[in-house]
Write a protein that binds this ligand. Structure first.
Ligand code: PEP
Length: 252
């Protein structure tokens, strides 16, 4: 069976200037001593990436971006390409975060194009999927539709570079967390979908995170679930101390 390394990722959304980012990194780095197999990732706004990339060279803290444009370059005012992100030192990029889908019009066709653009530039996409509260009873349908459409054209080799984040939209920024059992059940369903559309080895090898109001107080029980390989953290990732405590929960 393939060994899946845990990933704890902090999505900062629209928070922190480059200077505030630097202060965060300086405070967090010593708290990560001996993280070993656990990958730790910060995902600051675009404007903090270049400086972060320089600060993090050779450090055990990875850098990611919150979004990308699917074209390589051109007349796309405000757009940022995968190549630009890679040049800033990004290893990962979020694709299809629910805020991008709901507030910026990223539909599944756009998400699929972004995912493929990231893969073409050797960035590792973190594909975010999940249901709204009103879709909760139909979670399997929603997740299946997103996986089918978002992974269009992605073969088994490319899948190995993708992390999936299951984020029930009703749990993001609301303080409501899926119970560890509900999160485990949905994530194991995602694994079964991968097994049936790729194969069992791909299902066992794919890293799948939970996201939605993860905090130091609930991280241990969520991360203890057998199919949950890490967390995508919003609010609690803005403070080095609470983010480090969530990383510590993955060490247990
Ligand atoms: C997120 O932004 O992906 C997220 C899960 O946010 P929060 O932890 O604040 O719910």
């Amino acid at each position: 069976m393939t060994m899946r390394h845990p990933l704890i990722a902090g999505n900062w959304k629209m928070h922190k200037t480059p200077q505030e980012t630097e202060e965060f990194i300086v405070e967090l780095l010593p708290k990560l001593a001996g993280v070993g197999e656990i990958e730790v990732l910060i995902i600051p706004p675009f404007t903090s990436l270049d400086r972060s990339g320089t600060l993090l060279q050779g450090k055990s803290l990875q850098l990611g971006a919150q979004d990308l444009h699917y074209e390589a370059e051109g007349a796309f005012t405000g757009g940022i390409s995968a190549r630009m992100l890679a040049a800033c030192g990004c290893k990962y990029v979020l694709v299809g975060h629910s805020e991008r889908r709901e507030l910026f019009g990223d539909d599944d066709t756009i998400v699929a194009r972004k995912l493929n653009a990231a893969l073409d530039s050797d960035l590792m996409p973190i594909l975010c999927i999940g249901e709204t509260l009103s879709e909760h009873d139909l979670v399997e349908e929603k997740i299946t539709r997103q996986l089918t459409q978002d992974l269009t054209g992605v073969g088994g080799k490319a899948l190995a570079k993708i992390t999936i984040a299951y984020e029930p939209i009703w749990a993001i920024g609301t303080g409501k967390t899926a119970t560890p059992e509900v999160a485990q059940e949905t994530i194991s369903m995602i694994r079964r979908w991968i097994a049936s559309h790729y194969d069992e080895a791909a299902a066992q090898g794919t890293r799948i995170l939970y996201g939605g109001s993860v905090k130091p107080a609930n991280a241990v029980s969520l991360l203890a679930q057998p199919d949950i390989d890490g967390a995508l953290v919003g609010g609690a990732a803005l403070v080095p101390g609470s983010f480090a405590q969530i990383v510590d929960a993955a060490r247990l």
